[in-house]
Structures are given as structure tokens and as C-alpha cells.
Design a protein around this ligand. Structure first.
Ligand SMILES: Cc1cc2nc3c(=O)[nH]c(=O)nc-3n(C[C@H](O)[C@H](O)[C@H](O)COP(=O)(O)OP(=O)(O)OC[C@H]3O[C@@H](n4cnc5c(N)ncnc54)[C@H](O)[C@@H]3O)c2cc1C
Length: 455
């Protein structure tokens, strides 16, 4: 998203100010391994120090098994624990000291993008209700019948109607491939939580805290927290889920009488195809699994990028592009399923049927990978595409963060020394960054008042 915003000419300062945005440096998982009080691990956004140069997991396991993997190979978990921002006040817009993404207010972001696109990029915007879809005799979509603007014709239609999937799902009847048997969560309860005062630290990562039938997200925006419980209705009633959410809010410093919750139901899954004739679905109309690891916006980014790169110049080219798009995104959705399921499969929790049942539905490809990883770390041979949704390093962070251990071949002495050098480098970077970076709230306050230096 950082790259996209920069490329389309958005000022990061204005984006942060107007969208109530804050910095995200990864995810912190609480209670996923065994549910004990000290059960915490990080999935940071920076690659491990020495990535690609040496087999870090085997050196970690042989030399420093008592230090959490991510804490040893990366400075970023330490920045998150200390609530540090990922950059300094003098770092220019979009540049990072530590790699980062954003937390933001989606409603404000929609309005902000609309203003930018219509005022600066020459996009024509019509707000209207789509009533029906009109077809050409060959089956292509000819136009959208709208309430106020009549028929809107086009050569190519992007279905971004959310879970309605009005064009691809309803009109073309492309079925949703349900993944509920693999990833059970199908409901979310979302709530906005005020900070107790204007000095409360703003978390620099998403917190994901495991519960008996799902997990709770906790996101720090500059003006409030966004908290939500995502759970499986087959394992927990809505009332129980709401009570669990309110209990979490009280336990984490929120008010006893936090406002109303918003319920969102979804069927986890993705469409059998994403591009049919002259219609391509992007966003929730293409599918939705659950918010763990924020894969939805990553897939939106990737879909929009491929569409822009491959925009068909003729109708004949469109079917070729469509076939490639479908193959690419089927692969990506399958990898998202594998990666999310990994979090549940590796858990040692057996305290509820929800956690116990996770073990019985492991996708075949993930099962194979887990067998390979018993004797070696995840490598790029496991994820060979140029652009994977989750890179190999992410698999290592989850695998070893969740207590997976492998029987590695003993490393050659020079490899062990090389790895140790990178571990020391990560520790030295940690010390320097902790000393140099402001806390997240201070940087956001600075941006609100003075802005960041434009690029
Ligand atoms: C519980 C939950 C948590 C999430 N958390 C994350 C997260 O942490 N990170 C992340 O990356 N993503 C997350 N997502 C996904 C993220 O919200 C979506 O990827 C993002 O909102 C894009 O959605 P969209 O534009 O496809 O659909 P929507 O935001 O649903 O927009 C669909 C639009 O289509 C319009 N529409 C529908 N029918 C018609 C019609 N007939 N005529 C005209 N307009 C119509 C609607 O009015 C709406 O504006 C989450 C989603 C859910 C459900």
C-alpha cells in the first residue's frame, strides 16, 4: 500500500492526517501456542538479518534455542515491544527505518481516495445504485443499469461490490469455493474503543489474541483502538462471543460500557474464477477468508497491479489475460489458506473442540510442507513464484514462533560463525534503533502538527 500511495501521488502526511492512520510493523500473537500467560511471539515485517546468506533457523536452534527466533534474527519485535515508531521525524515520506504498513480508518480512507482520484487523477466518479446487468448476445456485459444514470456502458467491468459479488457471483453465477472446513471462522464482532487518555501508547503492531473459538484483533489508531472478535459460530454462540470481547476490552484498559458491536457474517472462501468474460472481481467480491495476517488488502493490491500491468488492449487479448489472472490468483488464494491454517495447525491448544478439530483438516500441500520442514527450514523452493502473498521468511517466523522444531543437519563451522555474526548484527541494530526512534504516538503527533518531509 505504501508503494501504491506513493506511485499515485498521495502525500503520506495528508494520508496519515485524514485517514486516522498509524504505523504497523507486524503482528503480535498472544495465546496461540498453549494459551499460557507468557505465550507471545511476533511476525515482524522486516526480513531476518542475513536472510538468504545462511541457514538461520538451524543456527538458531543449535546455538540459541532459548531466545525466540524472531527476537534473535530481527530488531523489529523489540521495537514493537517498546512501542517505537518505524521511522524518525526527519525520515521523508514513505521512507522507512524499519519496514511498515498501516492501520487506518477504512471509511475515511475511501473518501480520501475518492477525492484524490477525482481531483488529481481525472477519474470520473458516479455514485449510483446498480439495479441490473445488461448483456451482449455473446455473454459479455454490455452495461450496468443504474438508478439515476441509466445504462453505463463499458469494455471491461471490475466487480468491487463486496460480498454481494453482484457481477461475478450473482450475474455470472461463478460459485464460491468454501473453505469453511479448513478455516472455521465465519463471524466477526467489531467495536471502537477509546483510549483512557491522550498519552496512552499507540501499539505499533496488530495484536491477535487467541480465544476458545477464534481470536481477537486489537489495532491502535491515533484517536482510538479498533477491536474485534472473529470466531466460528459452529463452536460459539454470538452472546458468548460478545461476552468474550467485552471481557477482553475491560482487561486491556477499555471502558466497562464500551458501545455497540457491529456483527459481520461471511462464508470463508474464494470464487472458482475471478475473471469471467469482460468482468474481473477484486476485493471481497472475489473472496474473503478472515482478517488474520491482513491478506485481503494484499490480494486487492496484487489484483489491481496485475490488472493495470496486463490491461488487455483488445477483446481477443482479454481471454488470454483472464486465463492467466485466474491461474495466478487461484494459486495465491490457495497459499493464503495454507499460511493462515499454519497458525492453527501448529497450536498445541487442545482446550476446546475448536482447537482440537483444527488438526483434522490440513490441506495436502501444507501437510507435505510440514513433513519437509521436519528436516529443513522453509526455503524459496517451497514458494517459487516471483511474487508470493507471504514470503518464505513469514513461514519461518510463524513456524519457529509457534514452537516447531526440526532435526537439521549439523551446520559447517563457518556457517555457524556466519550466522552468529548476523545474530550480533541484529542485536546491535536493535540497540541503535531503540535509542534513535521516537515512540509511535510522538511521531504521529509530530506528523499531525508539522508533517513529514515530502519526497
Ligand atoms: C471482519 C473483517 C475484518 C477485516 N480486516 C481486515 C484487515 O485487518 N486487513 C485487511 O487487509 N483487510 C481486512 N478486511 C478486508 C477489507 O475490509 C476489504 O478487503 C476491503 O474493505 C475491500 O473491500 P471491498 O471494496 O471489496 O468491499 P466493500 O468494502 O464491502 O465495498 C463494496 C461496495 O460495493 C457497494 N455496492 C454493493 N452493491 C451495490 C450495488 N448494487 N450498487 C452500487 N454499489 C453497490 C457497497 O455499497 C460498497 O460500497 C476485513 C474484512 C472483514 C469483513
Amino acid at each position: 500500500m505504501r508503494d501504491t500511495l506513493r506511485r499515485i501521488g498521495v502525500s503520506e502526511t495528508e494520508f496519515i492526517r485524514q485517514c486516522d492512520a498509524s504505523f504497523k510493523q507486524g503482528s503480535r500473537f498472544n495465546g496461540w501456542v498453549n494459551g499460557h500467560a507468557d505465550d507471545v511471539y511476533f511476525h515482524p515485517f522486516v526480513m531476518p538479518q542475513g536472510w538468504g546468506e545462511v541457514d538461520l533457523p538451524s543456527a538458531w536452534q543449535a546455538q540459541h534455542p532459548d531466545i525466540p527466533f524472531a527476537d534473535l534474527v530481527s530488531y523489529q519485535p523489540h521495537l514493537c515491544v517498546q512501542g517505537c515508531a518505524p521511522k524518525q521525524t526527519v525520515t521523508p515520506e514513505y521512507a522507512a527505518v524499519a519496514n511498515y504498513g498501516y492501520h487506518l480508518d477504512a471509511g475515511k480512507f475511501g473518501l480520501f481516495l475518492r477525492a484524490h482520484c477525482t481531483e488529481k487523477l481525472g477519474v470520473r466518479y458516479l455514485a449510483d445504485h446498480v439495479l441490473a446487468i445488461n448483456s451482449h448476445p455473446d455473454g459479455d456485459i454490455a452495461s450496468l443499469q443504474t438508478a439515476a444514470n441509466g445504462a453505463l456502458e463499458g469494455d471491461l467491468f471490475i466487480d468491487c461490490t463486496g460480498m454481494q459479488s453482484l457481477l461475478l457471483g450473482k450475474h455470472y453465477q461463478v460459485p464460491l469455493v468454501s473453505q469453511q472446513h479448513v478455516l472455521f471462522n465465519d463471524t466477526a464482532l467489531a467495536i471502537q474503543v477509546p483510549y483512557p487518555d491522550a498519552h496512552t501508547p499507540i501499539a505499533a503492531q496488530t495484536s491477535a489474541t487467541a480465544q476458545s473459538a477464534g481470536w481477537i484483533w486489537d489495532i491502535g489508531l491515533p484517536t482510538r483502538r479498533g477491536v474485534g472478535h472473529v470466531y466460528a459460530r459452529a463452536y460459539q454462540s454470538d452472546d458468548e462471543a460478545e461476552a468474550t470481547l467485552r471481557q477482553y476490552i475491560r482487561a486491556t484498559g477499555g471502558p466497562a460500557d464500551a458501545g455497540a458491536v457491529r456483527q459481520i457474517k461471511f462464508e470463508p472462501g474464494y470464487r472458482q474464477r475471478f475473471w469471467q468474460r469482460n468482468c474481473v472481481a477484486i476485493g471481497l467480491s472475489a473472496g474473503f477468508i478472515e482478517p488474520l495476517e491482513a491478506s485481503a488488502l494484499a490480494l486487492v493490491e496484487m489484483s489491481a497491479t496485475m490488472l493495470a500491468d496486463e490491461l488487455p488492449a483488445s477483446r481477443a487479448a482479454m481471454d488470454i489475460v483472464a486465463a492467466r489472472f485466474n491461474e495466478t490468483f487461484s494459486y495465491r488464494w490457495e497459499r493464503v489458506i495454507d499460511f493462515l491454517k499454519l497458525h492453527y495447525v501448529l497450536s498445541q491448544r487442545r482446550d476446546s473442540a475448536y482447537w482440537r478439530d483444527q488438526q483434522s483438516t490440513i490441506p495436502a500441500r501444507l501437510r507435505d510442507l510440514l513433513t519437509l520442514w521436519q528436516h529443513r527450514a522453509p526455503t524459496r523452493n517451497d514458494f517459487p513464484r516471483i511474487e508470493e502473498v507471504f514470503p518464505t521468511a513469514s513461514y519461518q517466523y510463524i513456524l519457529y514462533g509457534m514452537g516447531f522444531r526440526s532435526t537439521f543437519r549439523p551446520a559447517a563451522p563457518q556457517q555457524a560463525a556466519l550466522a552468529d555474526g548476523y545474530f550480533r548484527e541484529a542485536a546491535s541494530l536493535t540497540r541503535r534503533m531503540l535509542a534513535a526512534l521516537p515512540d509511535n504516538r510522538s511521531l504521529l503527533a509530530h506528523i499531525r502538527q508539522h508533517g513529514l518531509q515530502a519526497i
